[in-house]
Design a protein around this ligand. Structure first.
Ligand code: NAD
Ligand code: UDP
Length: 338
């Protein structure tokens, strides 16, 4: 069975390619490398001892997609390709809507033409409104996004839902990720953000390796056990395995279904800092600063539906996430740049 992985050279995509190859799927990747490196795909093949096919190009390029579908008997598509920096999306809304929405529109148009109607989409917990009760269930309220990036996820969910309503032979799985962190246990692939990291764990890793002086903890006056923000961090390898489960589910189902991919456990910023320091024996200097605009106090998933319907649940601990992040960072201090 052949899976087309858009954005397969990226952080989550590369880890998912490893899990797919380990499960003996044929893997075809399209990525324009706008936020990634071909070196990640070289290492995926080295880790698994298996080859994949790589097409460098843009998902919005209909001619290239046509060529890929003509040349490969694709059964299912996992669609990671997209721009993902929340702050940047506020200043470059057109670029985000163009890239993220048009990629999905062109992709599904070509899929339809080739009769491939199984799609797994990288959605996000950001589609949930801020006023929901925790834990977030797939039936919790969505919409009310606070930035263009979030809207692209929300709108793509609407597009795929509409496709499945109009044509009952379509199947779309919307995977709502919580906070992916960690790296493959080998330390060969991991997250390699360009510029100053926006997210907590890559920032901590760069402080630990000496690339940044200290972490800013954005607020310690939230209504949480230590006053810092609480999130549901999930190991990227668990997340990748969730995609394999979704491919199996999609093969047997039509219609549009959303699933949370999280652990169901919330950890605070200071929980992450102290666990990282403890398991790796390395200091992470930090200072408390003002809250970051747009942040909420607490966000964590109910993973029940994924466990019951997909037969998937996260297995790795916060210690694993911190250890594997550091193992990747210390062996690749400049990411794939070295
Ligand atoms: P990433 O930036 O590492 O991977 C995305 C990949 O898509 C990159 O390799 C990039 O080069 C490629 N890409 C972007 N636009 C493209 C286009 N038009 N054509 C071809 N390739 C293109 O990001 P990631 O963390 O691996 O995230 C993967 C997906 O998951 C994204 O859609 C992201 O929005 C979503 N997501 C990520 C998180 C997170 O915290 N990492 C959380 C929720 C959802
Ligand atoms: N955070 C922080 N310092 C940073 C980056 C993030 O204190 O440099 C906090 C942030 O306020 C939130 C948590 O860490 O409470 C997770 O933030 P991240 O940006 O990683 O994910 P998201 O906001 O998307 O949940």
């Amino acid at each position: 069975m052949a899976i087309l992985v858009t954005g397969g050279a990226g952080y989550i995509g590369s880890h998912t390619c490893v899990e797919l190859l380990n499960q003996n799927y044929d893997v075809v990747v399209i990525d324009n490398l706008c936020n990634s490196s071909a070196e990640a795909l070289r290492r995926v093949q080295e880790l698994t001892g298996k080859a994949l096919s790589f097409y460098e190009g843009d998902v919005r390029d209909e001619a290239l997609l046509t060529k890929i579908f003509e040349g490969n008997a694709i059964d299912c598509v996992i669609h990671f390709a997209g721009l993902k920096a929340v702050g940047e999306s506020v200043f470059q809304p057109w670029r985000y809507y163009d890239n993220n929405l048009n990629a999905t529109l062109v992709l599904t148009k070509v899929m339809e033409r080739f009769g491939v109607k199984k799609l797994i989409f990288s959605s996000s917990a950001t589609v949930y409104t801020a006023d929901n009760e925790m834990p977030l269930k797939e039936t919790s309220r969505t919409g009310g996004c606070t930035n263009p990036y979030g809207w692209t996820k929300y709108m793509t969910e609407q597009i795929l839902s509409g496709l499945c309503t109009a044509d009952k032979t379509w199947g779309a799985v919307l995977l709502r990720y919580f906070n992916p962190i960690g790296a493959h246990a080998s330390g060969r692939i991991g997250e390699d953000p360009r510029g100053i990291p926006n997210n907590l764990m890559p920032f901590i890793a760069q402080v630990a390796v000496g690339r940044r002086e200290k972490l800013s903890v954005f607020g310690n006056d939230y209504d949480t056990h230590d006053g810092t923000g609480v999130r549901d961090y999930i190991h990227v390898v668990d997340l990748a395995k969730g995609h394999v489960a979704a491919v199996r589910y999609a093969a047997a189902h039509t219609g549009c279904e959303a699933f949370n991919l999280g652990t169901g456990i919330g950890y605070s910023v200071l929980d992450i800092v102290s666990t990282f320091q403890k398991v790796n024996g390395i200091p992470v200097p930090y200072e408390i600063t003002a809250r970051r605009p747009g942040d909420i106090a607490v966000c964590y998933a109910s993973p029940d539906k994924s466990r019951e319907v997909l037969g998937w649940q996260a297995e790795k601990t916060l210690e694993d996430m911190c250890r594997d992040t550091w193992n990747w960072q210390k062996h690749n201090p400049q990411g794939y740049g070295e």
